[in-house]
Design a protein around this ligand. Structure first.
Ligand code: ADP
Length: 340
């Protein structure tokens, strides 16, 4: 439904986007992740029609819209900077994109969206009389009102507290499915992206380096860069060994696929699961963090050369400074390219 092909863009001397190609299907949710400054917003703004001077093409419903201004693209936008109109009520804000339609149809659509978003009781309020979370709901209703086939969201909930953000994030996928709207969601928060999207696109230095399902990206990050984005920060250096590989925590009986790789032990490797094969790793506890329902331990290897983050299912964590042996599942380990 949307295809952006070979998009490149520079601001003066900065090349913000390099030869990016991206496809979004009907009603598909895609998230673009990557560290700050990697070009996510620029790519989204190009798709929205808010940047000029780029190379490559944007196709929407098989029509080349590369040169079409933003307001003629029929793509919904929900960007942080798109604030509500302060002098208009919630209803008027939501109705804004529907001008030209019959009054009755406008009223029905506004009513439907307010109902869907659970904000019917706010219809006559002004934006200044709303909480941050309520404002975002209204903004979302306003973006969806004209029934766009595609909605672009750029960190739309970044300014909200965790609880409100969680709430909106949990509802948004169902809402988009209900309205049959595809979405591209830009965020630096990879775990947020995994909750939201069916496809994850990873950007680094302006280029798309990976596109896959959230499950695949998490289970097999393939590179230390992607693993780090997902919060798995401690891939271990490995040396060849007769029965697998040598790490600072001892020998692990799995064989690296080649050179220049690290062994990623996913934090959940410490959580027992059925009868999967496990191995005991010993380290000194340097930190414990409660991540309900598990405790995350940071273990330092006995030679002090490496650390490992591992979740354990214990009512109380071991004490900092203690030696601790954790049983780690082999199936929750993967090799990643050593690229950070
Ligand atoms: P992200 O959304 O991943 O944080 P951006 O697309 O905003 O990244 O930015 C990509 C690169 O382009 C960054 O190096 C940023 O500093 C630069 N950049 C973004 N907008 C502008 C601009 N209007 N003028 C000059 N440089 C910009």
């Amino acid at each position: 439904m949307l295809r952006a092909t070979h998009i490149s863009h520079s601001y003066d001397t900065t090349q913000a986007v390099r030869d990016c190609t991206l496809t979004v299907d009907v009603a598909q949710r895609v998230a673009i992740i990557g560290p700050s400054g990697c070009g996510k917003s620029t790519l989204l703004r190009i798709i929205a029609g808010l940047e000029s001077g780029h190379t490559g093409h944007v196709w929407y419903h098989d029509r080349d819209i590369t040169r079409l201004p933003a307001h003629q693209r029929g793509i919904g936008l929900m960007f942080q900077e798109h604030a509500l109109f302060p002098h208009m009520t919630v209803s008027a804000n939501v109705a804004y994109g529907l001008h030209g339609q019959a009054k009755l149809a406008i009223r029905a659509r506004v009513h439907q969206l307010l109902d869907l978003m659970g904000i019917t009781h706010l219809a006559d309020r002004l934006p200044e009389q709303l909480s941050g979370g309520e404002r975002q709901r209204v903004a979302l209703a306003r973006s969806l009102a004209p029934k766009p086939a595609l909605l672009l969201l750029d960190e739309p909930f970044a300014a909200l507290d965790r609880i409100r953000r969680d709430f909106l994030l949990d509802e948004l996928p169902a809402l988009l499915e209900h309205e049959r709207v595809a979405a591209i969601y830009v965020t630096h928060d990879a775990l947020e992206a995994c909750r939201f999207a069916e496809q994850i696109v990873v950007m680094r230095n302006g280029a798309i380096i990976r596109q896959d399902t959230p499950q695949q990206v998490y289970q097999a990050p393939q590179s230390a860069f992607v693993a780090t984005l997902l919060g798995m920060r401690t891939p271990l250096a490995v040396q060849p060994h007769a029965i697998g590989c040598q790490t600072a925590f001892g020998v692990i009986p799995i064989t690296p696929p080649g050179a220049d790789v690290r062994l990623l032990i996913h934090p959940e490797a410490g959580i027992p699961l059925g009868t999967q094969p496990q191995i005991l790793l010993e380290g000194r506890v340097v930190a414990t963090t409660f991540r309900p329902p598990w405790w995350r331990l940071t273990l330092q290897s006995l030679d002090k050369h490496a650390t490992l983050e591992c979740d354990v299912a214990l009512p109380q964590p071991p004490l900092s400074g203690e030696l601790y042996e954790v049983a780690v599942r082999l199936q929750a380990m993967s090799f990643v390219a050593d690229d950070v």
